[in-house]
Design a protein around this ligand. Structure first.
Ligand code: FES
Length: 101
């Protein structure tokens, strides 16, 4: 069943950074880009780098391993749109961050 699940508090994730969430057998990068929160697949399509351990700016998450970047809204790689991460809907409820999964 698809539902919103609380995965973090807003204060846990600094602006420009993220958190890796392991839930329902998936690894998800939850990113704070200017106090807007986005959730994308955590595993980089290049060589499997952990995107949630990278940083983000200008609406993009940047892989900490070799610098590939992805649009946080669409999940598309910024150099090759054929390469795409799964994205997840995020809802804010007060201080809580929820992901639809
Ligand atoms: S593993 Fe992400 S850029 Fe290489």
């Amino acid at each position: 069943m698809v539902e919103f699940i609380k995965v973090a508090s807003k204060s846990e994730i600094r602006n420009g950074y993220g958190k890796v969430i392991d839930i329902n057998g998936k690894s998800i990068a939850l990113m704070n880009n200017n106090e807007k929160f986005f959730a994308v697949e955590n595993t980089c399509k290049h060589m499997g780098g952990p995107l949630g351990e990278g940083n983000c700016e200008d609406g993009k998450v940047i892989c900490p391993w070799h610098g590939w970047s992805y649009d946080l809204k669409t999940g598309k790689n910024t150099f090759n749109e054929e390469i795409k991460l799964e994205t997840y809907e995020v809802k804010i409820d007060g201080e809580n961050i929820l992901i639809k999964i």
